[in-house]
Design a protein around this ligand. Structure first.
Ligand SMILES: CC(C)(COP(=O)(O)OP(=O)(O)OC[C@H]1O[C@@H](n2cnc3c(N)ncnc32)[C@H](O)[C@@H]1OP(=O)(O)O)[C@@H](O)C(=O)NCCC(=O)NCCS
Length: 205
């Protein structure tokens, strides 16, 4: 399934994306809140990340989407929807990673919102969740901007005992909440504003 947003094209990941994925994960800034900055070895991407995503796509229509610039076709990063292995409810985990040079332009929010829509409308998920390190503010902000709510805070013993400032947060969006967010009456009224005077006149008519 290919998705297009205003600025992005999202297509299921392919083996031919391996070089770009390796380069993405070689940037310590990109990996800061993922692995502490360490790159992902090529073999892991080649033998595990890409095949697992492709198998997931075949089985559930979920997996990993490569994000490219709609105009230039250039590689910008990826977005993923994973079916948790040990869950018996219809839930999906959202994650994302973009090249550093495109951060801060709303691209993650744009693509994540499109994947949310697909999760609820086409894949029939009941819940979509995402987690990240508590200190990863850009990622948390993306979750908030697409309407997710904080649902869990996980601290390790070290976080509690040594106050290391770590810990992980989880955000979620439930189908019922998504439906209220996207109901037609919750959208801005497209009619032109006619001024308070008319509104008062209507009320008193
Ligand atoms: C997380 C990531 C995908 C966000 O991509 P992006 O396209 O820059 O995201 P957006 O532009 O849609 O939104 C980012 C928001 O974070 C905000 N932000 C950025 N740095 C911030 C900081 N230090 N503190 C608080 N907010 C911050 C931005 O201002 C923006 O919010 P706003 O629109 O309200 O101003 C990108 O930073 C990334 O790839 N990071 C590395 C991988 C990663 O950490 N992935 C998530 C792991 S689960």
């Amino acid at each position: 399934m290919i998705l297009e947003t205003a600025r992005l094209r999202l297509r299921p990941v392919a083996s031919s994306d391996t070089d770009a994925l390796v380069r993405l994960d070689s940037d310590p800034a990109v990996m800061r809140f993922v692995s502490g900055g360490a790159p992902t070895p090529r073999e892991v991407i080649e033998d595990w990340v890409v095949p697992r995503a492709q198998a997931e796509y075949r089985a559930h229509r979920t997996g990993m989407w490569t994000a490219t610039d709609r105009i230039t076709g250039g590689f910008l990063g990826w977005f993923a929807l994973r079916t948790p292995r040990h869950s018996n409810c219809a839930e999906l985990e959202l994650s994302y990673r973009l090249c550093r040079h495109v951060w801060g332009h709303g691209l993650a929010t744009e693509a994540a919102a499109a994947l949310l829509r697909m999760s609820f409308q086409q894949i029939c998920a009941e819940r979509v969740f995402a987690s990240t390190m508590a200190v990863n503010m850009p990622s948390r902000r993306v979750m908030e901007k697409i309407g997710m709510r904080l649902s869990a805070i996980r601290m390790s013993t070290d976080d509690v005992v040594f106050g290391s400032g770590g810990g992980e947060v989880e955000y979620e969006l439930l189908r019922a909440h998504w439906e209220t967010m996207t109901m037609s009456w919750s959208q801005p009224d497209p009619r032109p504003w006619t001024g308070g005077r008319h509104a008062v006149a209507d009320l008193t008519a």
